[in-house]
Design a protein around this ligand. Structure first.
Ligand code: UFG
Length: 340
């Protein structure tokens, strides 16, 4: 099969590219490299550097290759950041996706996998969160993803475009073969920050909020290994041959921010220096996935499910790639594909 992956140079997208290629599929990556990395895209995968707002370029890519499906990751994706610049998140995520979906319909692409988020739930009273839980986004980021889910609903109803909306919980870890890892600039995610603090590569870690209604007052999240998450996309691609689907993708277990610090200390053997800080706007107290539907309907199971194993996987990559994708292991060779 032939797939277009938007945002394929980013953290989750690059791991999905690896999973698709490992399964024998052909992949083209479309990425503006605003947060992704050229070196995250394997050398033999065509990389088209462009922005989703460039509809002329996008249309020419869809015309040149005949894709069986599009997997869409390219987006602004930080909950806290979206509380600072809400309209940027709403506009960019929603409009770019709307245009992409419309172009796909125009070019006869009838399969679409969408990188959605647990952030569209707010903090429901019932945990774990099932797909049927009330949608009540606690941030413009979550809202923007929900709007796109609605576009896909209508694309199916009116044009028969089948889609999978995968609502991710907290992705972490790195490719077990060491080909890819997490490299956000600046890094804002808890696991890589705690690891870098343990490694002495940064100062004290701030823990945002001590008075959430949780067991230790800190937020609780469901961490999923990025390769397990990537494999959920392959399972979803098979499933949309039958009908459109929506899945919550997590491990069904919650860990508090202090649990994460303790795990990082166990895995690294180092102390994590941390302090309390104020709550971060937009953070829901608890997000734990109910992922039974995905398991039941597709047979997907997470392989690296324990928090220590996920942290260990993230640690291994950060240890061997101190400068992320700027580490010497990645050649600086230009692998950009000429614009069609
Ligand atoms: N946190 C800190 N200190 C930090 C960084 C994070 O205390 O320096 C806390 C956050 O406040 C939160 C928890 O660690 O309580 C997890 O925060 P992350 O930034 O690691 O991840 P988020 O839960 O905010 O968001 C991630 C993805 C989103 C996705 C969401 C789904 O970035 O795109 O998981 O659960 F929507």
């Amino acid at each position: 099969m032939h797939y277009l992956v938007t945002g394929g140079a980013g953290f989750v997208g690059s791991h999905v590219v690896l999973a698709l290629r490992d399964a024998g599929h052909c992949v083209v990556v479309f990425d503006n490299l605003s947060t992704g990395h050229r070196a995250a895209v394997p050398h033999d995968v065509p990389l088209i550097v462009g922005d989703l707002s460039d509809q002329v370029l996008l249309a020419s890519v869809l015309e040149k290759y005949s894709f069986d499906a599009v997997l869409h990751f390219a987006a602004l994706s930080l909950v806290g950041d979206s509380m600072r610049v809400p309209f940027t998140y709403l506009r960019q995520n929603y409009l770019n996706s709307l245009n992409l979906i419309e172009l796909c319909v125009q070019h006869g692409i009838r399969r679409f996998v969408f990188s959605s988020t647990a952030a569209l739930f707010g903090t429901p009273e019932q945990q774990p969160i099932m797909e049927s839980a009330t949608i009540n986004p606690g941030s413009p980021y979550g809202e923007s993803k929900f709007l796109i889910e609605r576009v896909l609903h209508w694309a199916d109803r009116i044009h028969g475009m089948r889609s999978a909306c995968l609502r991710y919980f907290n992705a972490a870890g790195s490719d077990p073969a060491g080909r890819a890892g997490e490299d956000h600039r600046p890094e804002t995610h808890l696991i890589p920050l705690a690891i870098d603090t343990a490694l002495g590569r940064r100062g004290q870690l701030a823990i945002f909020g001590s008075d959430y209604p949780t067991v230790d007052g800190t937020c609780v999240r469901d961490y999923i290994h990025v390769t397990d998450l990537a494999n959920a996309h392959l399972a979803a691609l098979e499933q949309i041959e039958t009908c459109s689907v929506t899945y919550n993708v997590g491990n069904t277990t919650g860990f508090s921010n202090l649990d994460v610090i303790r795990s990082v200390e166990r895995v690294t053997g180092q102390h994590v220096d941390w302090r309390w800080d104020a709550r971060r706007a937009g953070d829901p107290a608890v997000l734990i996935a109910g992922s039974e539907r995905l398991r039941r309907e597709t047979g997907w199971v997470p392989r690296i499910a324990s928090l220590d194993d996920i942290v260990e996987s993230a640690y291994r990559w950060r240890l061997t790639h101190p400068d992320g994708y700027d580490s010497p292991v990645y050649s600086q060779e230009d692998c950009e594909t000429p614009v069609p």
